[in-house]
Ligand binder design. Structure first.
Ligand SMILES: Cc1cc2nc3c(=O)[nH]c(=O)nc-3n(C[C@H](O)[C@H](O)[C@H](O)COP(=O)(O)OP(=O)(O)OC[C@H]3O[C@@H](n4cnc5c(N)ncnc54)[C@H](O)[C@@H]3O)c2cc1C
Length: 296
């Protein structure tokens, strides 16, 4: 625990896939539950707000940075496999998780092939792709609250729905997750991973820094955001260095050293235009942190 380094004024642009973000007043990468508790106590004593970052693949961090303590989970990455269950620390990347699942001949995670970020972020977001989503395979989640109390949440506690979870409402740190999978046929598992990964690459998702889709679909309204924004002719729109690319109208890419404000202004421009022209209020998927105007 003594080795835990609290870094002052750490630039966050390297911790997000958009490659944007100002400095965190305090920043750390804890390696254990004890170190996490130590961080949270430090924040409490110093009256600092705490922010958790996994892979930073669904985040827009303000240019002014974060006046608080940012806890990056990347060193919490232990995995244990018990037959068809995987017990995994929240900072483990989806890439590493997928490799273990393949090695252990476990099926159920193929939908997440090529998904950027960590299992903590995916469980928080209820990430989904290719007909699958995390809500279907998460069995238990060990969470830590602001008072340093650890408890286990089970299926009925998660309140999962489309891109929503209980973790968004409560101030909970996701420490460890138990996933329930099934034993499968290695050849079929590998081929599904490959198929999904190739599809993402073909769609050019990794070509530029981005945070994936900016807005959620609205299945009640039969609204697929990418399709709507494409039909409205928004591809190619740019603010400063932030652009809606030609390959996906629901993405914003950092095309030319964009500022966080460029991205935020473009998001607000899209929201206003869609509301004015279609009467639809878009729901953001991307999380904005460090902005002071409470428009996040
Ligand atoms: C190219 C690209 C493609 C993408 N494709 C998809 C897709 O197909 N489907 C999809 O659903 N998403 C997609 N995304 C978005 C993103 O990858 C997912 O939402 C991912 O699950 C986020 O994980 P993360 O670790 O990067 O989370 P972060 O961006 O680091 O954090 C997201 C939120 O989770 C919280 N969080 C993270 N870890 C913890 C923790 N341990 N405890 C408590 N809170 C935590 C953060 O505070 C934040 O509010 C894509 C993104 C990119 C860049």
């Amino acid at each position: 625990m003594n080795k835990l380094k609290l870094i002052k004024n750490q630039t966050l642009s390297k911790s997000t896939t958009l490659k944007i973000g100002g400095k965190a007043k305090f920043f750390c990468r804890p390696r254990s539950l004890n170190e996490i508790i130590h961080c949270i106590n430090f924040a409490k004593v110093n009256k600092l707000q705490v922010f958790f970052i996994g892979g930073g693949s669904n985040l827009l961090v303000s240019d002014n940075g974060i006046n608080g303590l940012v806890i990056n989970t990347c060193r919490l990455n232990k995995i244990k496999v018990n037959y068809d269950e995987i017990i995994i620390e929240s900072g483990t990347t989806i890439e590493k998780l997928n490799k273990i699942a393949i090695k252990k001949k476990l099926t159920g995670l193929e939908f997440s092939s090529g998904l950027p970020g960590t299992i903590g972020g995916a469980v928080y977001m209820n990430a989904r792709a290719y007909g699958g989503e995390f809500s279907k395979i998460v069995e238990e989640v060990e969470v830590l609250n602001y008072n340093g109390e650890l408890k286990i949440l089970r299926k009925n506690d998660f309140k999962y729905s489309y891109k929503k979870s209980v973790f968004m409402n409560d101030d909970l740190f996701i420490y460890r997750i138990k996933l329930k999978l099934k034993k499968g046929e290695p050849k079929e598992i590998r081929s599904k991973y490959k198929e999904n990964y190739i599809d993402r690459k073909k769609k050019r998702q990794y070509k530029y820094p981005s945070a994936g889709c900016i807005f959620k679909n609205n299945y009640d309204l039969n609204l697929i955001c990418g399709k709507l924004l494409d039909e409205m002719g928004l591809k190619g729109t740019n603010f400063g260095g932030a652009t809606i690319p030609d390959f996906h109208a629901n993405f914003i890419i950092n095309s030319k050293k964009a500022k966080a404000d460029d991205v935020k202004n473009l998001i607000e421009y899209i929201e206003n235009k869609v509301f004015k022209e279609k009467g639809i209020k878009l729901d953001r998927e991307i999380k904005l942190i460090g902005f002071t105007d409470h428009s996040t």
